[in-house]
Design a protein around this ligand. Sequence first.
Ligand code: ADE
Length: 425
Amino acid sequence: MVAAAPTLKYDIKDINLADLGNQRIEWAGREMPVLKQIRDRFAKEKPFAGIRIVACCHVTTETAHLAIALKAGGADALLIASNPLSTQDDVAACLVRDYSIPVYAIKGEDNDTYHRHVQTALDHRPNIIIDDGSDVVATMVKERQEQLKDLLGTTEETTTGIVRLEAMFKDGVLTFPAMNVNDADTKHFFDNRYGTGQSTLDGIFRATNVLLAGKNLVVAGYGWCGKGVAMRARGLGANVIVTEIDPIKAIEAAMDGFRVMPMDEAAKVGDVFVTVTGNKHIIRQEHFASMKDGAMVCNAGHFDIEIDLKSLATMAKEVKEVRNFTQQYILENGKSVIVLGEGRLVNLAAAEGHPSAVMDMSFANQALACEHLVKNQGSLEPGLHSIPADVDKEIARLKLQAMGITIDSLTPEQIEYMNSWTVGT
Ligand code: ADE
């Protein structure tokens, strides 16, 4: 640990929160053994010596471990928030004070501050951008073309960011390599499903203390995140309803045992609504109008566009803060709709995001994706790149080892059988 350099610039809530941040970062580390091994190797090998890395992530105890690992590897790392409501101010303070990592992130920052921090990140002239939602990359492409020559590439954490990068590629503006961390098996199978599943419910509970048993919980979207939310809500006794636009995912939800129906119908019966689609206005005016009194709506998708809060505001005669991160919209028709976390990621706004044990694998992927960009600089084509399968498997192997689980390996006879086609019926 080093004291913050006197010249270090940063924009955080309160440096005096650093002791608490330090304690919580240490606690998270207990569940992040894979990233710890990578950090120890980075500390010896210094793969990022001379490399400027900007990370635009949710500033949490888990992200702290990623930033510390990059710095241990020699990176000149700077961290900004990927969401105005997700920053843990104590973590930001500890990273500045104890690790001399410049952080620009304040929980509750307004949109102007958020965008100013994105500009500050670009002023750092990054060689690598770790993005969560693609805001920094999109801003660089739109506004800082001249900096692209210094960029080795980017790594993207989330589904929404990958969709944006694909759109950029189609438009011919993705002229550099982008590592697709989200689609690594050791990322989305665990982070998106078990991480979002648990932390979304955690956010709902912390915001409302609602009992889910016996309630109708509507999950909009049955991707990996939606599956996780549905699975965990069922485990708590909720009657889960799924809405979908994809016929295959809709069949999957039905065969997983959930009721599937359009939002028009679900709106009338739902007690708690969770949007996890990545698309906009999933819950809108006509849905609010038909909801039961006291229905709760929240979002676990990346951006705060899934619930049409502007329409809701026009329908409301009053908006009251009724608990932390919980607002009651009292409608002209006399009924109320309860909005959690201002329609932003409820798991990070009202709780602490995904547990450390899943972020361990997600951020192991991030760390190794950055190393991949450095090692392969000059030889990677522009466009999206998968995390190499051997890296994905190695992360899984290390995680299993840390969990104390051993598995079988193929016998020579089985290897021979798997490689031959001659034996049949
Ligand atoms: N995304 C979801 N949960 C997170 C966490 N705990 N830290 C960083 N990013 C996250």
